[in-house]
Design a protein around this ligand. Structure first.
Ligand SMILES: NC(=O)c1ccc[n+]([C@@H]2O[C@H](COP(=O)([O-])OP(=O)(O)OC[C@H]3O[C@@H](n4cnc5c(N)ncnc54)[C@H](OP(=O)(O)O)[C@@H]3O)[C@@H](O)[C@H]2O)c1
Length: 250
């Protein structure tokens, strides 16, 4: 067993920005071939050009993973017979007080953070099973473990994803499919770096993080890569917290 992802085919949802892009880059450098899904076609093309230049094998699919009517055509585009790795990276927050969420906004947050991950994982089940040695890695959040001030709707969804990771690990073990997760804290993606321009917020994060720095997306991707490798073959049902010690400090 090597520390690499050679001969593995991985699907990365939202692999054109932030943590998903870091995961895609890490997987490619470790020898995987990829299928990357995102909505913005221009951004996807830019990523594909950069990857092609490096000789990497990547298929890009433009699609909105919260549009479930679109799933049959999405499956047609993923014509690979088997998939070895599924990275459910899709997610995002709509920070609001519980009482202020409209029914439409509740649907929106749940669809993006949990329902799409459930539906997409179901969609790929037969391809994951065909691999006979496959895995799913769900990107949740420290917000799924404790209240960290990100609002209840996002937290509920991420807690569900952590429980899905455990339940599915048990249910799918018989098919040789491991299911794990990674739970980040504030991570320096373009989106979060914008938020951290607020000095008060940045100081709060640094002060409460024992390692005294904001995570880089690559630091999340490293943990994801380990869970996707055969090197982690006896780990399933686990969510690794990658938070610079934040939760341990509460
Ligand atoms: N960054 C953090 O500090 C942090 C902390 C804890 C947990 N997380 C979790 O980590 C994951 C990634 O977060 P991030 O900050 O890296 O996100 P991000 O920078 O906003 O990137 C999101 C990616 O997903 C794609 N995407 C968004 N909605 C989509 C949809 N409906 N269908 C298909 N693709 C879609 C985006 O591309 P398009 O816009 O082109 O679709 C983009 O590639 C999320 O699950 C998030 O909850 C992040």
């Amino acid at each position: 067993m090597n520390w690499d992802l050679k001969n593995k085919v991985a699907v990365v949802t939202g692999g054109t920005k932030g943590i998903g892009l870091a995961i895609a880059n890490e997987f490619l450098s470790l020898g995987a071939s990829l299928i990357v899904i995102a909505r913005n076609g221009d951004q996807l093309i830019d990523c594909l050009l950069a990857w092609n230049e490096k000789g990497y094998q990547v298929k890009g699919i433009v699609g909105d993973l919260t549009d479930f009517d679109n799933y049959p055509s999405l499956l047609q585009k993923i014509d690979e017979e088997k998939i070895d790795i599924l990275i459910n990276n899709l997610g995002g927050n709509l920070p609001k007080k519980f009482i202020d969420f409209s029914p439409k906004e509740i649907d929106q947050v749940f669809n993006l953070n949990i329902i799409s991950n459930i539906r997409f994982t179901q969609l790929l089940f037969h391809k994951l099973k065909a691999s006979q040695n496959s895995c799913v890695v769900n990107i949740s959040s420290v917000a799924g473990f404790e209240d960290v001030g990100t609002g209840s709707m996002y937290a509920i969804c991420k807690a569900s994803l952590i429980q899905l990771t455990k339940s599915l690990a048990v249910e799918w073990a018989e098919y040789g499919i491991r299911v794990n997760g990674v739970a980040p804290w504030f991570t320096g993606t373009d989106r979060i770096n914008q938020l951290l321009k607020n000095e008060e917020l940045e100081n709060f994060v640094i002060k409460n993080t024992p390692l005294k720095k904001i995570a880089q997306p690559e630091e999340i991707a490293n943990a994801v890569a380990f869970l996707a490798m055969n090197k982690s073959s006896y780990i399933t049902g686990e969510t690794i917290i990658v938070d610079g010690g934040f939760l341990a400090n509460q």
